[in-house]
Design a protein around this ligand. Sequence first.
Ligand code: ZN
Length: 318
Amino acid sequence: MAAEYGNARIPGTGSRTPASHRKRRERNRVGFAISPFGGASGRGRAAPELNRRRFLGTLAAATVAGVGAARLVVDPQPRTFAQAPSADVATSGPTAPSALLPPPPLSARIPLPGGGALTKVPGEGDLLALTVDDGVSSEVVRAYTQFAKDTGIRLTFFVNGIYKSWTENLGMLRPLVDSGQVQLGNHTWSHPDLTTLSKDEIAQQITRNDEFLKKTYGIGAKPYWRPPYAKRNAAVDAVAADLGYTVPTLWNGSLSDSTLITEDYIVKMADQYFTPQAIVIGHLNHLPVTHVYPQLVEIIRDRNLRTVTLNDVFLKTP
Ligand SMILES: [Zn+2]
């Protein structure tokens, strides 16, 4: 059955979406609904005033460079310590951009809670873990990577190695992975519903992707994995855990962009779910999200949220 997910699911160069992703939005909603924390952050809130023109003008200037940042290596993936705005960012005046906040200090990291899936960042705070999945579109992976370079936003990508986006954008993405600004997690090789596979096939899906990440990016993704469609059960979790993937990483907010939706709807979802201590899921599959980065940054900035990778938040498992 695993072979069935092979070549047939590699996206073409056009806009065709693999069958495995067509129903994702609906599936995500199911996954979201079963999250024990689901809906906790979904209060209606007026959209912030979005000034697209100002943002388009300042986004490029708001680069948070890793200049002078101490690089502290954390196994299995490195991360940079608190980054300071680069010297050429304007710091005063009505149009001065304020850089996104740096991640918390390494000393603030906490143990993984354990005991099941991770659906939110524990405790009270100002953290936002934006996690972005799949990689169906190489153009979207490239745009998200540029977005990270331009703004300093910290992201976790849950990779399906089958998509050529991950090799096509290697040169651009690798430095961000090396610095720890972008973390890579294991989303299986080709995005099957793992609950329909044999134990051997489940192990192959996870192992093949693990090996791809090691070979291509030189990193280990353990212990974080995300089950496609949020479909998992005790047997799937056990196979993953045996391979060192002990933390099924779900979410409590979604940009709902696994399928093609409008830019306005994505911004609406961000407004709803970019809340303190949220883990939000997005997708590297369709272009609209790449057109609203300024709005996403404005929401994050207005709420004084601190974007983080999972390695920014948690100590490595013992
Ligand atoms: Zn996915």
